[in-house]
Design a protein around this ligand. Sequence first.
Ligand code: S3P
Length: 443
Amino acid sequence: MASLTAHPSQALAGRLQVPGDKSISHRALMLGALAVGQTRITGLLEGEDVLNTATAMRALGAEVTRQEDGVWQVWGRGVGGLREPEDVLDFGNSGTGARLAMGLVAGQPLNAVFTGDASLRRRPMARIMRPLEEMGVRFMAREGGRLPLTVSGPETLRPITYRLPVASAQVKSAILLTGIAAPGKTTVIEPEPTRDHSERILSHFGAEIEVSDRDDGRHVILTGQPELTAAPVNIPADPSSAAFPLVAALLLPGSEITLPAVGMNPLRTGLLTTLREMGADLVEENTRQEAGEPVADLRIRAGRLQAVTVPAARTPSMIDEYPILAIAAACAEGVTHLEGLAELRVKESDRLAAMARGLQACGVKVEEEQDSLTIHGAGGPPPGGGTIEADLDHRIAMSFLVMGLCAQHPVTVDDAGPINTSFPGFTEAMRALGADLRPSDSA
Ligand code: S3P
């Protein structure tokens, strides 16, 4: 385990190209594997999560090659053309990789065994199994619907209409990916809309997908058995990764940084909305579209932040950003309330508990409830000084390193390794902006 210490830092300055969007990278490889022809992907995230998906797509028969940094090519097998993998598919730390790939393979009469690391093996899979079983797919899983599990796709799938019991883009996407192979229309009803990258990339590859907002929620309707045709995908920078330098620059007085080509999908921008409510100076420039996704360059200037109440309705649009928002709240003036956080308990770690524990270790007063968190802001640098257990969670690790840059005393993260799942080169990129990050033994 490589521990890392963040020391109180001076102003950040410069331009940082944040790596590609993780959600879109997984989907580009998977759709590429199902499409007919050659898909060229630029800006692919070369983090461990996505590399595991690339390996899995190869095991399913797709030809996946890396041309140069971020530029990849996928020769797809066509809908129904995947082959049974010879060995277990290991998705490492990635819930998205595992859950979406279950949907992908469930559409074919083959058996595939899924596993992952200690974090992924404790995460719930029953949320995927239930709807897919309604479609005729069979699973054999460990107690409580945990990995490792086996997926057996049927000869013929039943298209279904399924109302999501939890707001989850992964569940929606798994159903849609299975629905590709089903005859007729598969419908997912979302009480709260979640990220729509699957819908966008499916229509980019030629599937017929209709989205309508009705009284009971958003209806996403996919017409099954489409011909998917390879299409180029240019992946924007991941707004969830951009969040770390962005918040660090807001909190370190005198900072000014630019983050080019960040994904601005409106179902991902809840953090920006919240930070603006707190008084943040965030400017979007050069707004444009890339492969069906909105993108902008972000310019960030430091400034004082005020506490805020974040309503539960905003949770899906910033589900991965609560750990870093908690750091901003700890430095803001006043008491911040975060509501509707139950899903954070089943992420790479129990993030709600990890946030509360970490903030306390850094001298910040917090109250943790079953699905909410109250953070008493210091109105400037909080004490810091804690040692944080990352517990195989990249976002907890990066968030508390940002805390250490902005606090009065250094903060140590016991294991910075998980950062490679989503933000390879994080330490070097942050140092280039002026962040004081050092291996802990030289602290
Ligand atoms: C993701 C969906 C979200 C998010 C995850 C990526 C996706 O998970 O937390 O990091 O790419 O579909 P849930 O669907 O479990 O909310």
